[in-house]
Write a protein that binds this ligand. Structure first.
Ligand code: AHG
Ligand code: MN
Ligand code: MN
Length: 339
């Protein structure tokens, strides 16, 4: 037998687990101490716990409102609070997290002052869809915490280009985790029978251009003129330019973003008369998504400027957000800049 031919590759009967994927990344990272992997594992444990509760929310009396309102002035859904508590607990217990910033916490919460990382998260995204069994999710980003003498010098108010990792879970027909640690974007699917995430979509790429646009058309009357002109254009008939695009809008950022990342196209939540600074939150919705889209070869802006270059002023800053295929996001930008 010609031994120069390697034996045929026999695929393993065990897929690549998320932990194995993270560890392989750690082996490649100079000076990696395992703290980063420990933080990621704490987040994914939290996601798996949220998954199990979401699946049985209707049975566990977890639907509906707690009666409180959060710092956003929104009525807190039981699952919002539960998901927030879960992630705060798993991150606190891992002992490696310096601080968390959550949509559901008015202030950042210091956990372990000697920790190297800060985690910003939206524990439950798409709350308005919880009671009607439409896909919801969890969004997170990980930043480095500079600290001297045990004091946290740099808090969560860092621009998105400082993100070291980001990801989101979608609790949909399957529970998936889409993750980047700076080396491309990889998709994992939870096998509920074993409670493990397995690599299912390695090296996800956002297509250069798509054929769907995603925006809440119900806000049309509130949009500025350039947004209305773009909206009319993308719905116009021009076969040569591949117009009109199809319209898709779920109302959960994780679902609309995931479809756009996988299939291309554009998602836009512009500022409008009702939300002059935009509706979506910079630190734990726009920035993690912006990091992931850029890692997948897509783009993310506030309509004009790169999302990851925006300097946050406050924990719950809001921003206009446009995500998607490079060509589609640039096309939108041309309408915003047109005189
Ligand atoms: P959250 O449930 O975390 O508050 O996020 C809801 C956000 C986002 O998921 C979605 O893209 C957007 O709200 C939908 O807003 P509209 O209902 O105004 O379209
Ligand atoms: Mn959200
Ligand atoms: Mn939320």
């Amino acid at each position: 037998m010609n031994d120069s031919i390697s034996p045929p590759h026999t695929p393993s009967v065990v897929g690549t687990t998320l932990e194995a994927h993270i560890l392989s990344g750690q082996r490649g990272a100079p000076g990696a101490t395992g703290e980063f992997s420990s933080i990621l594992n704490a987040i994914t444990l939290g996601v798996r716990i949220i998954h199990s509760r979401v699946r049985a929310a209707g049975l566990a009396g977890m639907l509906g409102y707690t009666g409180d309102t959060n710092v956003q002035g929104e009525e807190v859904q039981k699952l919002d609070e539960f998901a927030n508590d879960v992630l705060c607990t798993t991150l606190e217990r891992c002992g490696r997290c310096a601080m968390v910033a959550s949509e559901e916490l008015e202030q950042a919460k210091v956990m372990n002052e000697s920790g190297k990382y800060i985690v910003c998260f939206d524990p439950l995204d798409g709350s308005s869809n919880i009671d009607v069994n439409i896909s919801i999710g969890t969004i997170f980003s990980i930043l480095r915490a500079q600290s001297a003498g045990g004091r946290l010098l740099e808090g969560a108010l860092q621009p998105g280009h400082k993100i070291v990792a980001a990801g989101y879970a979608v609790y949909g027909s399957a529970t998936t985790l889409t993750l980047s640690t700076g080396y491309g974007v990889h998709g994992f699917t939870l096998d509920p029978a074993v409670g493990e995430f397995f690599l299912s979509h390695p090296n996800l790429k956002c297509p250069e251009r798509g054929n769907t646009y995603s925006i809440n058309e119900g806000n049309h009357v509130r949009w500025e003129e350039p947004v209305r002109k773009w909206n009319a254009w993308i719905k116009s008939e021009d076969k040569a330019k591949g117009l009109p695009y199809g319209h898709r809008y779920v109302g959960s950022l994780v679902a609309d973003a995931h479809r756009t990342l996988m299939k291309g196209g554009i998602f836009a939540y512009p500022a409008d008369k009702k939300s002059p600074g935009g509706k979506l939150r910079l630190l734990y919705e726009a920035n993690p998504m912006g990091f992931l889209f850029e890692q997948a070869g897509g783009a993310a802006t506030n309509g004009i400027d790169r999302i990851l270059d925006i300097e946050p002023k406050a924990l719950h800053d809001r921003t206009a957000l446009v995500l998607g295929s490079k060509q589609d996001v640039n096309g939108y930008r041309e309408f915003m800049l047109a005189k």
